[in-house]
Design a protein around this ligand. Structure first.
Ligand code: NOJ
Length: 531
């Protein structure tokens, strides 16, 4: 298949470096660990790895608080380790995407140290400083995404600085052109080293309301939600001027061939698609998290796919995500049986899929006892199910004491089930979810219809079922998914061709002829081909 950039044809795999593979037995994953697992990515059949932040950081938010954008945190290794990883990934035909965190730095970043020193410091305006409100309180009502106010008063100068996340993560002022240039230089630093692109953290946050108006109350707020939900984030994010910044960022990337710009954006579809930019001058892939946010039922998901496809701008390439390091794992949300159907959905929809490490072995929610909690959000708003530790537990490679992740107890607990749920064991099992992922990835590579083809939803009458066709030229495939717990006999709208099962999520029906209808077991999905 010659057409389509790698990021359109390919599949991205997210590695959370702390949790993937420890090479020096300190209980925390590192770059050398990832390097040692490069053959795994090839074996699995993915095309690119995205590494969550690896830069120098005090780790208040596990690397999303960067103190030096141009150096690797010693906990993960060194720049030399990174270069080696990159070279060896490239030698295997794998791309490497870095996580770029431009909205905020760490309070320990040299820029912030300078900025906070005094009001007339040349870097003062690199961050967002405001005088107190007349009552001495914060300048407006903006909240932190991790609970509490979004403003912290600095006693040194008596002003408040804004932080959309932790107080240790002050927001940069992206209205300042010097900030833009400094951050674009960071991109160039890594592009020059050969990285294949960036996933940009909270891209929709970069620009805030010029007048710092209060956010309006969220009238639908209920006390179970995170505190940030008290307000609608009308003025603190997704401002129209952000698109100019995204286009500039894209300009930096485009000076290098075949690089990708991916934006982390949690917005409803109609606002999300604006991040493709005017004439597609924005992000190549504004992350589409709708499968995470939509209830797992056929009706809603079919409507979601339709709405998303319809909302895409001309030429805008779709993408789909089932999970990441901030969201409950797919296996925990829909259960182990439906996790297989979800895998088939993710890997057969039109657009670039991003897999989250461990979903291929169906890592589920790991309960983290209060004394072992790591996530600052859980610490700030405990016991409300907001914490992200359960989806960040170590990868399970084998049945050994620490699952082949490390020789000592890892930074987060392992799933007690790791003796059964691990790569070594599941790779031997021809019926496992890991085998299913591999088979889906092989099918996607082999079929232009699946990786680059058109998408057409098929009308089926049976409840709990989604059906669609993917086609490119003569390569036509039909996908039929049963999202329910009842078996279904699904009548297919097109009856003129003979078809057979190419792949079932149960991995046991290959070649079975299918006529006017296909019978699906509970929790089964199939890909049909024409014969
Ligand atoms: C989004 C990241 O994915 C999340 O892990 C982080 O806490 C926030 N942005 C702040 O950087």
């Amino acid at each position: 298949m010659s057409d389509g950039s790698w990021w359109k044809r390919g599949v991205i795999y997210q590695v959370y470096p702390r949790s993937f593979q420890d090479s020096n037995d300190d209980g925390i994953g590192d770059l050398e660990g990832v390097r040692r697992r490069l053959d795994y990515f090839v074996w699995l059949g993915v095309d690119a790895i995205w590494l969550s932040p690896i830069f120098v950081s005090p780790m208040a938010d596990f690397g999303y608080d960067v103190a030096d954008y141009q150096a690797v945190d010693p906990i993960f290794g060194s720049l030399a380790d990174f270069d080696r990883l990159l070279a060896q990934a490239h030698a295997r035909g794998l791309r490497v995407v870095l996580d770029f965190v431009p909205n905020h730095t760490s309070i320990e970043h040299e820029w912030f140290r300078e900025s906070r020193a005094c009001r007339d410091n040349p870097k003062r305006d690199w961050y967002i400083w405001r005088d107190p409100a007349p009552d001495g309180g914060p300048p407006n009502n903006w909240l932190s995404n991790f609970g509490g106010p979004g403003w912290t008063r600095d006693s040194l100068t008596g002003q408040y600085y804004y932080h959309a996340f932790l107080p240790q993560q002050p927001d940069l002022n992206w209205r300042n052109p010097l900030v833009r240039e400094a951050m674009f230089d960071v991109l160039r630093f890594w592009l020059d080293r050969g990285v294949d692109g960036f996933r940009v953290d909270v891209l929709w946050h970069l620009i805030k309301d010029e007048w710092f108006r209060d956010n309006p109350p969220n009238l639908g707020y209920d006390a179970h939600q995170a505190e940030i939900q008290r307000h609608l984030q009308v003025h603190s994010a997704d401002q129209p001027e952000v698109h100019e910044v995204v286009a500039q960022m894209r300009g930096v990337i485009d000076a290098y061939p075949e690089r990708v710009l991916i934006g982390e954006i949690y917005l409803p579809i109609e606002r999300l698609v604006a991040y493709y930019g005017r004439d597609l001058s924005g992000a190549h892939l504004p992350f589409n998290f709708q499968l995470i946010q939509t209830a797992w039922n056929a009706h809603e998901i079919a409507a979601l796919i339709r709405d998303y496809e319809e909302a895409l701008p001309d030429g805008g390439w779709p993408n789909w995500v089932l999970g990441n390091h901030d969201q409950p794992r797919i296996g925990a949300r829909v259960g182990k049986r439906q996790a297989r159907v979800a895998a088939m959905l993710l890997l057969t929809l039109r657009g670039t899929p991003t897999l989250y490490y461990g979903d291929e072995i169906c890592l589920c929610k790991v309960d983290v006892p209060p004394e072992q909690v790591q996530d600052p959000w859980e610490k700030n708003e405990p016991g409300r199910g907001l914490g992200r530790d359960p989806e960040r537990t170590p990868m399970q490679w084998d049945a050994s004491a620490f699952a082949g992740f490390s020789a000592r107890a890892p930074w987060l607990p392992l799933d007690p089930d790791h003796e059964r749920c691990n790569v070594a064991r599941l790779s031997e099992d021809q019926g496992s979810i890991l085998t299913l992922y591999r088979r889906l990835l092989v099918a996607r590579r082999a079929h232009a219809g699946l990786c680059l083809g058109d998408y057409a939803q098929l009308a089926v009458a049976e409840p709990d079922v989604i059906a669609y066709e993917r086609a490119r030229g003569a390569d036509r495939l039909i996908v039929v998914l049963n999202l329910g717990r009842e078996p279904r006999e699904v009548h297919l709208p097109q009856t003129d061709d003979r078809r057979s099962v190419m792949l079932s999520t149960f991995l046991d029906r290959e070649g079975e002829p299918v006529g006017r209808s296909v019978s699906l077991r509970a929790d089964e999905g199939v890909i049909l081909r024409y014969c």
